[in-house]
Design a protein around this ligand. Structure first.
Ligand SMILES: Cc1ncc(C[n+]2csc(CCOP(=O)(O)OP(=O)(O)O)c2C)c(N)n1
Ligand SMILES: [Mg+2]
Length: 890
């Protein structure tokens, strides 16, 4: 049978084989059956028979009807009453909001299809964090949020007023559209509504729980990660892209529940096929434990009577488009179209009324099936589990949307459909009350409330729930701990990447902080000179190291260990970012502050995984992102797809991301120390992004008192004015280009007698934020003395036009234009990168010392301080071709 559907050429022979199998099953059990079948297939292959591979099992439930995992009839009845109220409240929330205005939106159909999936979990499985248990982690499908709020309302955790403020948040006290820890920091744990990110983040959360346990930092053995996905959502590459890691890492603490309602927003997910079978094949092939819950209990007797396999044949030949169509109609239609195809099947249901046929439910709506599936999943060891639950989108909405293509965005229900919904779920509402869409609760002293409370108390408390702060606050080392980076490197040339690696080593060796540091790398450690850490701190591997590494005789050999501290994620920036998020939120999810340092090729950071970084901000992640070998002209040989000249612009739009483009090792040290202070000591919900370079040069010592300026975004590095009466300019730079700025200042002085104050500006983004905040305050406080932005403050006592140059696109340094009190000119690396010597690239992108000098002279000329001829002189003196193509278009 199965999905191959080959023709039976000799039924008598087939029967013989099947009878033999029956008797083995009866007398020796399923394991023996499996062994024999495996042998038979292997032997056939050895003999050269091409036995096709089938990754799927029949289109039936994985768990047999006689599963011992059962709820009592009383529990089932209670659960049903509770779920019915939740269903109603979820629907009423959206209908009420949209009765007022259709502007706010909201979704009904998705939760109605998933209600049983969530409900069985909340009533019987999901553990909250409590004294004896770290708590399960829930990734709830974003647009099912009304159902989750509805439950919290019934539980008494949310008020009616809050429910009426669904999607109305700006005045405070409202409920966010989707799960957003940023907006509801004590409620939602995981942001999921950018589809595909929930699944990949769940996988890495589960793996991080194993990491914490293996390293002896937290007891996570009993904790599960539950991820709820839509079947349409599985089309996102991120949803399935990391599932092999989950089985390779034996994440038996991970359970995916895919709500297979066969529809997405526009229409069927696999109209011409079967999403459940397709997913089964993919997950089984990837090594997961797959549990299919396709048919509700009503089908069990029919399936038991299917001795010829004809019913199964019919189940298998129908495609999802047909299944969806059946459930958008009625029982008579199902009788005719589904059973009616074969007279034997019509006969099978001859004794059933149309209503009874209609009531033949799907597995995902049957708490009996879902409870058995969850119980099996929770018990399963050695593999992650995926539950494929078949449901109906818009379940219960009847003619207002059930199984209809329009249902995803349906926000209205006709009175008749509402009345039928009420009847179907036995809701205590009169016809008049129906129209008012009241929110329903049980009496506080009712049996249902007592049961509901008992259930959640037994499971450790109410969910969703999020820990805002860790109870542990770590002591952060003083800046002096990084002494090696503060004194400069006279006579030695190093890169900021090297400086960073040294700081990281210092931190890893710190007695109290060290164990909390999580170095994360994609396949790039050697690029950043971090291979020395392999041996010393080890690469995390639950299996340890089952081989002697090729380089075992070397000092820095490739060492894998169960207590390894580094996460080496392979060529997988999305996975590594998800890992970083798991570590960066451990303060909340596991009450243990971890401080991840994820270093990557900067081009493959923000640009590649921006949406995950956005989710990290929403998650209130705390940690460090390090864009290695950054800068359009600094990573010189790698060319167009490697040379990053814009990650800082992308970073600047993430509200909780604090970003810097440091030049010197002491700047790196000051910034990292401050990040540790803010994130660990102050428990501020921010994360840091630093770009690091691979260009080697000598580093000066930390200038006295520069720390504050470094952190605010600029400080005077080398004053040049004040010595004479000649023209003066203010030069700003960051990253490696600051060195070109310094050289440009030397040219200006030597060739044209222009004095330059040189400012190191490690963060144009922080400068802009300060400027905007100042401007806003001034606008709103007209009667008070105006405040001055930090940029204006710095430049106040200094004269001359201002010129900035960076290794990033011009809009990066341009951010501060509004706050620069005088003429402001920006040099940057707009355009596609290419490979060459750094010197040639900087010339090409017009950010080298000569362009800095020419830019300064041009500004002075525009101010009327010097004649235009001086600019022309410089252009020719420095060999610049004024008609060279514009690099931003070249
Ligand atoms: C990355 C992304 N793309 C698109 C959307 C918009 N969107 C929200 S729900 C939805 C359909 C979801 O279908 P499915 O995953 O099957 O979930 P269901 O509602 O059927 O349970 C779409 C396209 C989104 N939230 N995220
Ligand atoms: Mg769907």
């Amino acid at each position: 049978m199965g999905t191959l559907m080959l023709e039976d050429l000799d039924p008598a022979e087939t029967r013989e084989w099947l009878e033999a199998l029956d008797s083995v099953l009866a007398y020796e059990g399923a394991d023996r059956v499996f062994f024999l079948l495996d042998e038979v297939v292997a032997e056939a292959r050895r003999k050269g028979a091409a036995v096709p591979y089938s990754a799927t099992t029949p289109y039936l439930n994985t768990i047999p009807p006689d599963s011992p995992d059962r709820l009592s009839p009383h529990q089932l009845a209670m659960d049903h009453r509770i779920r019915s109220l939740i269903r109603w409240n979820a629907l009423a929330m959206v209908l009420r909001a949209n009765a007022e205005s259709s502007e706010l939106g909201g979704h009904i159909a998705s939760f109605q299809s998933a209600a049983t999936l969530y409900d069985v979990g909340f009533q019987h499985f999901f553990r909250a964090a409590s004294d004896g248990h770290g708590g399960d982690l829930l990734f709830i499908q974003g647009h099912s949020s009304p159902g989750i709020y509805a439950r919290s309302f019934v539980e008494g955790r949310l008020t009616e007023e809050q429910l009426t403020k669904f999607r109305m948040e700006t005045g405070g006290g409202g409920l966010s559209s989707y799960p957003h820890p940023w907006l509801m920091p004590e409620y939602w744990q995981m942001p999921t509504v950018s589809m595909g990110l929930g699944p990949i983040m769940a996988i890495y959360q589960a793996r991080f729980l194993k990491y914490l346990a293996c390293r002896g930092l937290a007891d996570t053995a009993d904790r599960k990660v539950w991820a709820f996905l839509g079947d349409g959502e599985t089309d996102e590459p991120e949803s399935l892209g990391a599932i092999a890691l989950a089985s390779r890492e034996k994440l038996d603490n991970l359970i995916f529940v895919v709500n297979c309602n066969l529809q997405r927003l526009d229409g069927p997910v696999r109209g011409n096929g079967k999403i459940i079978q397709e997913l089964e094949g993919i997950f089984r092939g990837a090594g997961w434990n797959v549990i299919k819950a396709i048919w509700g209990s009503g089908w069990d007797p029919l399936i038991a009577r299917d001795s010829t396999g004809l019913l199964l044949k019919r189940m298998e030949e129908c495609v999802d488009g047909e299944y969806q169509d059946f459930k958008s109609k009625n029982g008579a239609y199902v009788r005719e179209k589904f059973f009616g195809k074969y007279p034997e099947l019509l006969e099978m249901v001859a004794g059933m009324t149309d209503d009874e046929i209609w009531a033949l439910n799907r597995g995902g709506h049957d708490p009996v099936k879902i409870y058995a599936a969850y119980a099996a999943a929770v018990r399963h060891t050695g593999q992650p589990t995926v539950i494929l639950a078949k449901t109906i989108k818009g379940y219960g909405m009847g003619e207002s949307g059930e199984g209809q293509n329009i249902t995803h965005q349906q926000k209205h229900m006709a009175d008749a459909a509402l009345a039928r919904f009420r009847d179907r779920f036995s809701l205590p509402l009169s016809d008049e009350q129906l129209a008012e869409l009241p929110f329903l609760r049980f009496d506080d002293d009712s049996e249902e409330m007592a049961y509901l409370r008992e259930r959640r108390e037994a499971l450790g408390g109410y969910l969703p729930s999020r820990r805002r702060r860790s109870t542990q606050t770590l002591t952060v080392p003083e800046l002096s701990a990084f002494g090696g980076q503060l004194g400069g490197t006279p006579g030695r040339e190093i890169s900021t990447t090297m400086a960073f690696v040294r700081i990281l080593n210092t931190l890893l060796r710190d007695k109290s902080l060290g164990p909390h540091v999580v170095p994360i790398v994609p396949d790039e450690s050697r690029t950043f000179g971090m291979e020395g850490m392999f041996r010393q701190f080890g690469i995390f591997s639950q299996a340890g190291q089952l081989y002697q590494p090729e380089d075992a005789n070397q000092l820095m050999y490739y060492r894998e260990a169960p207590d390894g501290q580094m996460l080496q994620e392979g060529i997988n920036e999305a996975g590594a970012t998800a890992s970083w998020i798991a570590a960066a939120t451990a303060y909340s999810t596991s009450d243990i502050p971890m401080i991840p340092f994820y270093i990557f090729y900067s081009m493959f950071g923000f640009q590649r995984v921006m949406d995950l970084i956005w989710a990290a901000g929403d998650s209130r992640a705390r940690g460090f992102l390090l864009g290695g070998t950054a800068g359009r002209t600094t990573l010189n040989g790698e060319g167009l797809q490697h040379e990053d000249g814009h990650s800082h612009v992308l970073a600047s739009v993430v509200p909780t991301c604090v970003s810097y483009d440091p030049t010197y090792s002491y700047e790196v040290a000051v910034i990292i120390q401050d990040g540790l202070r803010r994130m660990l000591a102050e428990q501020e919900d921010v994360f840091f992004y630093l770009t690091l370079m691979n260009e080697n040069y000598e580093h000066p010592a930390l200038p006295d008192g520069a720390e504050g300026g470094i952190l605010r975004g600029m400080y005077l590095l080398r004053p040049g004015s004040g010595s004479g009466a000649g023209p003066v300019v203010q030069l700003l730079g960051s990253g490696t280009i600051l060195r070109e700025v310094l050289a440009g200042a030397d040219l200006l002085a030597a060739d044209y007698g222009v004095a330059a104050d040189v400012w190191s500006a490690p963060s144009f983004t922080e400068l802009r934020r300060d400027g905007l905040a100042t401007e806003r305050w001034n606008m709103l406080h007209p009667a008070e003395p105006p405040r001055r932005s930090y940029v204006a403050d710095c430049l106040a006592g200094r004269s001359g036009p201002v010129i900035a140059a960076t290794d990033y696109v011009k809009s990066f340094a341009d951010q501060i234009r509004a706050f620069v009190p005088r003429r402001y000119r920006v040099l940057g690396t707009d355009g596609y990168g290419r490979s060459d010597y750094r010197r040639n690239l900087r010339r090409f992108f017009e950010v080298d010392r000569h362009y800095v000098a020419v830019a300064a002279l041009a500004s002075l000329a525009e101010d009327g301080t010097i004649p235009a001829a001086t600019v022309a002189d410089a252009i020719s003196r420095y060999g610049i071709d004024p008609d060279k193509p514009d690099p931003s278009r070249a």
